[in-house]
Ligand binder design. Structure first.
Ligand SMILES: O=C(O)c1cc(=O)[nH]c(=O)n1[C@@H]1O[C@H](COP(=O)(O)O)[C@@H](O)[C@H]1O
Length: 256
């Protein structure tokens, strides 16, 4: 079981020392449930095979900080996905509060701008007060957005890849550790921001699975082949009749 340890949050400690997380450990399971009980039942079912859990708005607003502590106590790495997007001072305060939870990863919207991201980072650092600082990740374009929606509804011109790349460069300039994007944008992001700038990629579906509201979608194996650091998968695992079986099949599909 991976545990956040030391400064490098994409590593884990085991009996043989510090080890880089394997692809299987870099599957982040999105626990999009409306109660702590349901979320922990699912997490417990995945003990021993899953390493990273995500607590998003639905679960955090229902269960509060306690859900993060409960998952950490069980040994999971935890991504607290609250997608902060506000004026710099408020974003800084939000991150100060989040820093005390012991999360391994948190996020903000890049669309909040460079000052907001810099303030968020400052808040995280001051809130962590010398303890391990979670990875700070910026959301580029949501994986539920299509090119047409971005151009016609939001009014951002150009391709999604160009936009994600530009947002990633801005996030890097603000000192963030990486971005959320679709796996389809990973190559462009790594090319312009460097290999150590993290990519966290939802919009992942096993072949033949329901896409739901996701628009920019690839399979888990394709996502890792594009060079992503983490994939985020929710419904294909959490809503499966047997989440453990679905997780096992996903691990098998990426070679182990
Ligand atoms: O920040 C995120 O995690 C996120 C960003 C994004 O662009 N798209 C996206 O789907 N997510 C999250 O990733 C998860 C995907 O869940 P499924 O579509 O059920 O696999 C959800 O919890 C979303 O909130």
């Amino acid at each position: 079981m991976a545990r956040s340890n030391g400064r490098q949050l994409d590593y884990r400690v085991n009996w043989s020392g510090v080890e880089k997380l394997s692809e299987r450990d870099r599957i982040i399971v999105a626990l999009d449930f409306s109660s702590e009980q349901e979320a922990l039942a699912c997490a417990d079912r995945l003990q021993g095979i899953a390493t990273y859990m995500k607590v998003g708005m639905q679960l955090y607003y229902a269960a509060g900080p306690q859900i993060v502590y409960a998952l950490k106590e069980r040994g999971f790495n935890v991504f607290v996905d609250l997608k902060v997007h506000d004026i710099p001072n408020t974003a800084k305060g939000a991150m100060q509060s989040l820093a005390s939870l012991g999360a391994d990863m948190v996020n903000v919207h890049v669309a909040g701008g460079k000052d907001m991201m810099t303030a968020a980072k400052e808040g995280l650092e001051s809130g962590a007060a010398g303890q391990t600082k979670p990875l700070l990740i910026g959301v580029t374009q949501l994986t539920s957005s299509s090119q047409q929606m971005m151009n016609d509804e939001i009014g951002i011109e150009g391709t999604i890849v160009d936009c994600a790349q530009r947002y990633a460069q801005l996030a890097k300039a603000a000192g963030l550790d990486g971005v959320v994007a679709s796996p389809l944008e990973v190559e462009a992001i790594k090319r312009s921001c460097g290999p150590t700038f993290k990519t966290v990629t939802p919009g992942v579906r096993p072949r033949g699975a329901e896409l739901g509201d996701q628009k920019r979608v690839v399979t888990p194996a394709e996502a890792f082949a594009f060079g992503t650091d983490y994939i985020v998968v929710g419904r294909p695992i959490t809503q499966a009749s047997d989440p453990l079986k679905a997780m096992r099949a996903m691990v098998e599909s990426i070679g182990g």
